[in-house]
Design a protein around this ligand. Structure first.
Ligand SMILES: Cc1ncc(COP(=O)(O)O)c(C=O)c1O
Length: 420
């Protein structure tokens, strides 16, 4: 989308008459290898941004700069899991398809299990029962490690992956009750919850036209809940929930820069991965640019004054088009706002029982020149029978211009009609 993109590009440009080289020390730091946990000024700027948005303590030592949420998920699995010891990797399903591949690449394909979503964002009772059952089944001899233990890290026996707010693909947000219960379960079973908190800043009011004053997060993060709960007896201090953030959604995906917020121990362990001690965090140069952008306040203004209203408007156009053109054809829009607030990039639809999403997606691609995500793309590898996604489709409203959104929905309606 040319217009919104141009505004983003302008927002990303450094001070109008300045450049990274206007401050020599900063320019030199940006061009050299950096410290293990990442560019210091960016860690402080991120801590500042997050403390305001989530109303959490400002603490740069809890932040590690990463190469974006995907890179960092791979790094977390590299550092904190072991294929022999980590025998369960639970993914809230439908799951972000790129995350599934990262678990597979980490050798955890045999451990992947799906946890269904429900109206509260996760079927927490199903997870609790499955974790309990797994513990009963687990035999004493199936532990041990393939990797060498590291003095500043640990291996978790179970990992839980979720996008708790404005999920990809479903747009759902996990309730506060489930968030609390999830962290308690993670503590009970010494599991690590990895929360991709990548859409939290992109939120708006679904009622009425005015953009909300959405400068505060809709929900506390799982990492905040873990921090707020009383200290566990005999705790090793690594914690049980981490927040995986990215600038891909609020600056541009090409930055390949993000952050992890976690306990200080966890951050130290993550920053001591071999690939980081050799030169610091990925994206050092990008980190220096983004740090300037945050300190100038331009990025914050861009999020609240440009992105939120633009996506709010696109969301409205697409939801209205779905109501006009798709609901009469038996397509349901899955309700996902919390108290009138919605966000993220996607709408999640359910087709009638007689229509297969794969066929609809193929018809759209071949006959309508329209790309959409068939539900089956978001299955958890190896555990496909738990949730039936063959009648779901994901629509994205964030990228295309407003006129094209309407046109896209019209084409989808034409494809459905031709298959009905
Ligand atoms: C849930 C989720 N996590 C991670 C990513 C990718 O983030 P990054 O570009 O920082 O790797 C996406 C982007 O589509 C996403 O939807």
């Amino acid at each position: 989308d040319e217009r919104l993109w141009q505004r983003r590009v302008r927002a990303v440009q450094l001070e109008r008459h300045g450049s990274i080289s206007s401050c020599e020390d900063e320019a030199v730091a940006a061009l050299l290898y950096g410290p293990d946990p990442g560019h210091g000024p960016l860690r402080r700027s991120i801590a500042n941004l997050l403390s305001k948005f989530y109303d959490s303590p400002r603490c740069a030592e809890r932040i590690c700069v990463t190469g974006g949420a995907s890179q960092s998920l791979a790094a977390i699995l590299e550092g904190y899991t072991d294929v022999r010891y980590t025998r369960r990797a639970w993914m809230v399903c439908p799951a972000c398809h790129s995350a599934s591949q990262i678990f597979i690449d980490a050798g955890l394909h045999g451990s992947l299990r799906a946890i269904p979503e429900n109206g509260e964002g996760i079927d927490i009772d199903y997870l609790e029962e499955s974790m309990r059952e797994y513990l009963r089944e687990q035999s004493a001899d199936d532990q041990g490690h393939v990797k060498m233990c590291h003095a500043q890290r640990k291996f978790y026996s179970q990992v839980i992956y979720t996008v708790p707010t404005f999920s990809n693909p479903s747009g759902k947000t996990m309730s506060l009750r489930c968030r609390r219960k999830l962290v308690q379960l993670a503590r009970q079973y010494d599991a690590l919850v990895i929360a991709d908190d990548v859409y939290d800043f992109l939120q708006w009011n679904i009622n009425g036209k005015e953009a909300t004053d959405s400068k505060g997060a809709l929900m506390p993060r799982l990492v905040d809940i873990d921090r707020q709960l009383s200290k566990e007896p005999n705790s090793d201090g690594f914690g049980h929930a981490i927040s995986n953030g990215t600038f891909s959604k609020i600056v541009a995906p090409g930055c390949r820069t993000g952050w992890v917020e976690a306990t200080k121990n966890f951050i130290t362990g993550l920053s001591k991965l071999g690939s980081r001690v050799s030169g610091g965090s990925p994206s050092q140069l990008s980190a220096a640019f983004i740090s300037r952008l945050l300190r100038s306040g331009k990025l914050q203004r861009h999020i609240f004054q440009v992105l939120q209203p633009a996506y709010q408007s696109r969301y409205h156009i697409m939801t209205l088009s779905v109501r006009d053109h798709l609901q009469p054809l038996g397509v349901e829009m899955v309700q996902c706002d919390v108290g009138g607030i919605s966000g993220g990039y996607f709408l999640w639809l359910r087709l009638s029982e007689t229509l297969e999403a794969d066929r609809v997606a193929e018809e759209c691609r071949v006959k309508q020149n329209l790309i959409l995500g068939s539900g089956t793309l978001f299955n958890v590898h190896g555990d496909e029978d738990i949730v039936n996604l063959s009648h779901n489709i994901r629509l994205c409203f964030s990228w295309e211009d407003e006129n094209l959104l309407k046109e896209g929905v019209r084409r989808l309606a034409a494809a459905i009609k031709s298959l009905s």
